[in-house]
Design a protein around this ligand. Structure first.
Ligand code: ATP
Length: 479
């Protein structure tokens, strides 16, 4: 079954995963709020990433840097000069497009028509244009030569292509002049680079070592109509790994494998994940690859693994005047470490998990919508449901609920028909429902219903926590 993004958006709102930001005022474009289920899912992803990156490695430590940084950070990093998208306007509809994406759309259409050679030609021109001295001019020329029309109006009536910087600015202090401009960080990585010595010294780390961070990033994205796939305010989970020059390829290979294994470990189907090699590397990088997932909008990047050489630390050394070198006590050498980074979008991972878990199934002639999350990721792990709201069933159910709450996020629900309650839990992705019924009062057993198979087994009520824990540790992800 191919999932439509609209079904995901509507379920997300209906069940309280994700809402449009400032909805009662008509919303603010490409910004979103997480509801009760969404916030739990997001926390589980964050915790899994932190455990995997920081707790599992004795040479990786965390930081939590400020969103506002000294403006020179962004000059050194290259963002002030080069963090921009090429934009073009349709003069008829007044809609604005990213020139490179218009060309990509054109390439896809050529491929669909079987014109593979032509598609390859245009692709090569696009890659060259993106790395040219004046990308705007080159991109404009491709659009002209290929006579690419506007997707909305069908017109061929374009403005020139202009570069538009994606960083949001604001001002520090009471005077809003040029001197007081600061940026909302467009990535978390720079907070790690500028703290390189602080973390290394205080945590007494020796190369190779890593610094990890989870935090908000902001980009004034122009084309942002794909739900939480592309947001203006989002969260990143990044880790910069500092190695001796020459050791970067080994670290790069190692992190590629480790990161893909993490995606599998949080339950994403292997068939929906693949590597996407970069067509052409950034001038400072010596290797780069993306983990791509098959979203309803196609194969798209979720995470990047990049070998960035000593570019960032060298630039900070140049702009700050502070040495960014490391003294290696083994070889008695001084060097600026090379960096391999893993950079993943938290919100994009949440979207990937919802898309991957989403199923519509026929059960006894009825449609059931179910989110088949890995139980370690599911927003609610267990639901306790007394069959009816009388005969002492709620009391027993509350006791079980109390036991479970010590370990798992648990939901209690005593209202409505049991079948409907199960369906609600299926839609929330709750892997286990525990039902207290008439028999419980006679023999102290309850039913444990599994979300995916919908099988119900009777177990002793004193064994509920143990049975849930067993099932979670023996969980087998779908292929
Ligand atoms: P894209 O090509 O999709 O714009 P990017 O290559 O600019 O992404 P990076 O700068 O490498 O992305 O950022 C690392 C990760 O941060 C991405 O893999 C993605 O998961 C996430 N990310 C980047 N931009 C956004 C955004 N606007 N909204 C949500 N997540 C984002």
């Amino acid at each position: 079954m191919s999932v439509q993004l609209d079904s995901i958006i509507s379920l997300s709102k209906r069940r309280g995963f994700i809402f449009q930001s400032s909805e009662i005022y008509g919303g603010l474009g490409a910004t979103y709020d997480y509801g009760p289920l969404g916030v739990e899912l997001k926390r589980n992803v964050k915790e899994s990433w932190w455990r995997e990156m920081v707790y599992r490695h004795d040479n990786i430590e965390g930081v939590d840097a400020a969103i506002l940084m000294h403006p020179t950070v962004w000059k050194a990093s290259g963002h002030v000069d080069a963090f921009s998208d090429p934009l073009i306007d349709d003069k008829q509809s007044k809609n604005r497009y990213r020139a490179d994406q218009l060309i990509e759309g054109h390439i896809d259409r050529l491929k669909k028509k079987g014109k593979d050679d032509k598609a390859e030609d245009v692709h090569q021109r696009l890659v060259a244009a993106l790395h040219a001295d004046e990308p705007a001019k080159e991109l404009y020329q491709i659009i002209m030569d290929e006579e690419i029309r506007s997707p909305d109006s069908g017109a061929f009536d374009w403005t020139e292509v202009r570069q538009f910087n994606l960083m949001f600015t604001t001002h520090v202090g009471p005077v809003a002049d040029q001197e007081s401009v600061v940026y909302l960080r467009p990535e978390t990585a720079q907070g790690i680079f500028v703290n390189f010595h602080n973390v290394r010294e205080t945590a007494r780390l020796q190369v190779p070592f890593g610094i990890a961070q989870i935090g908000k990033a902001f980009r004034n994205e122009i084309v942002a109509r794909q739900f939480i796939f592309r947001m203006r305010e989002f969260e990143q989970m990044e880790m910069q790994y500092f190695v001796k020059p020459g050791d970067q390829m080994e670290a790069y290979e190692e992190w590629r494998e480790k990161r893909l294994a993490w995606h599998h470990g949080i339950g994403v189907r292997k068939s929906k994940l693949r590597w996407k090699e970069h067509d052409k590397l950034a001038h400072y990088a010596d290797a780069a690859v993306d983990v791509a997932y098959e979203f309803p909008i196609g194969w798209q990047e979720v995470e990047g693994i990049h070998s960035r050489t000593d570019y960032d630390l060298s630039r900070h050394q140049e702009y700050s005047g502070k040495k960014m070198e490391y003294f290696d006590p083994q070889s008695n050498e001084r060097f600026i470490p090379y960096v391999v980074e893993t950079s993943i979008g938290l919100d994009r991972t949440v979207l990937m998990l919802i898309c991957d878990a989403y199923r519509e199934e026929e059960v006894n002639g009825e449609k059931r919508t179910v989110l088949k999350f890995h139980p370690g990721m599911a927003p609610i792990t267990t639901a306790v449901l007394p069959l009816v709201k009388k005969d002492g069933m709620p009391e027993v159910a509350h006791q079980i609920e109390d036991d479970l709450r010590g370990r798992y996020n648990t939901f209690y629900d005593e209202k409505g028909a049991i079948g409907r309650r199960y369906r609600r839990m299926d839609e929330a992705g709750t892997p286990f429902c525990i039902t207290v019924d008439g028999q419980t009062l006679e023999d102290d057993t309850v039913t444990l219903r599994e979300r995916d198979s919908m099988e119900q087994v009777r177990i002793d009520k004193s064994r509920v926590v143990e049975a849930v824990t067993d099932r979670i540790s023996n969980w087998e992800a779908a292929e």
